[in-house]
Design a binder for this molecule. Structure first.
Ligand code: AMP
Length: 130
């Protein structure tokens, strides 16, 4: 079933300038801004400007220019945060999709977490040590 994009989601409103954001970086096709409720000392979100719900949606339907811009923006944001392992102490990027992924905002976003040790990769009840 094709994705239906809800243009009333909070990130769509940010992109239209209807609500403010603390911008880290903006390009032709992408926007990076600070998460309003940071879950690590540094927590930045990177979104494409296009109407994509999830990463798989974006991967299937975005243009080559959008994909190149978005991937390069994510890397550049990590570099500007000073956390790339060649210059800093590292980071984690993560993108939630759908119900089991606990996606709250239905517009593709990659989280970049950094600024302290981030613990193990994932905590799923009943799996691993969780
Ligand atoms: P997810 O659960 O992956 O969909 O994450 C949504 C993220 O959006 C959460 O980390 C929220 O804190 C963040 N968020 C929600 N509203 C805003 C906003 N107005 N500005 C910045 N971040 C937001």
């Amino acid at each position: 079933m094709p994705y239906a994009y809800d243009d009333q989601n909070i990130f769509a409103k940010i992109l239209r300038g209807e609500i403010p954001n603390k911008t880290v970086m903006e390009t032709e096709h992408s926007l990076a801004f600070h998460d309003i409720a940071p879950q690590a000392p540094q927590h930045v979100l990177v979104i494409p400007k296009g109407a994509y719900v999830t990463f798989d949606h974006f991967a299937a339907e975005a243009t080559e220019a959008e994909i190149t811009d978005y991937i390069r923006t994510i890397g550049e944001v990590a570099r500007r945060m000073g956390v790339t392992p060649d210059a800093g102490d590292g980071y984690r990027m993560l993108s939630n999709a759908g119900q089991d992924g606990h996606q709250e905002v239905p517009h593709l976003h990659v989280h970049i977490f950094a600024g302290s040790f981030l613990g193990r990769m994932i905590d799923v009840p009943g799996h691993g040590d969780g």
